[in-house]
Ligand binder design. Structure first.
Ligand code: ZN
Length: 174
């Protein structure tokens, strides 16, 4: 398992639409292993393949926040079958939008169909944090980031900040 570099906004790759997987084989499982390792190393609770540069419809998640009792989840080709009309609000962040947070409303429940780590078809009824996290990650597969739900002004302020951070030279102490 390898910890990969996570792409950050602004980056055109993050805006790409990810492609479905035909078959879950060794290569896909290796990618999922790298993704989960990368996500844990960055202290995230979800990661889409495109965030490490692979435009594939694969998501990994672990919302247990429990170092000793990890609960990794793998979703290949996830499709939202239905969403609740009722919304919930979480303050969201994203490993590809470092140090920026905003309150986002999303349907509070959703049902998804996907293939698991072994390529088996599964159904999941998600609610609460799990539902929000899945919707955030599926957005990544469509090239959508949570900041896209903000006003134009708020979004442009965040993108400016991120661009500035990127241009800063590395700080070294010698
Ligand atoms: Zn994200």
């Amino acid at each position: 398992m390898t910890v990969k570099t996570i792409l950050t906004e602004p980056n055109k790759l993050l805006r790409q639409i990810s492609q479905p997987i035909d078959n879950v084989g060794e290569n896909e499982q290796k990618l999922m292993d790298d993704m989960i390792e990368t996500m844990y190393a960055a202290n995230g609770i979800g990661l889409a393949a495109i965030q490490i540069g692979f435009p594939k419809r694969i998501i990994v998640m672990d919302i247990s926040k429990d170092q000793t009792n990890k609960n990794p989840l793998y979703f290949v080709n996830p499709i939202i079958l239905n969403k609740a009309a009722e919304q919930s609000t979480y303050e969201e962040g994203c490993l590809s939008v470092p140090n920026q947070f905003a309150e986002i409303d999303r349907p509070n429940k959703c049902e998804i169909e996907y293939l698991d780590y072994n390529g088996e078809k599964k159904l999941l009824k998600a609610e609460g944090l799990l539902a929000t996290c899945i919707q955030h990650e599926i957005d990544h597969l469509e090239g959508i980031l949570f900041i896209d739900y903000l006003s134009k002004l708020k979004k442009s302020i965040i993108i400016k900040k991120l661009s500035k951070q990127k241009k800063k030279p590395d700080r070294i102490v010698v």
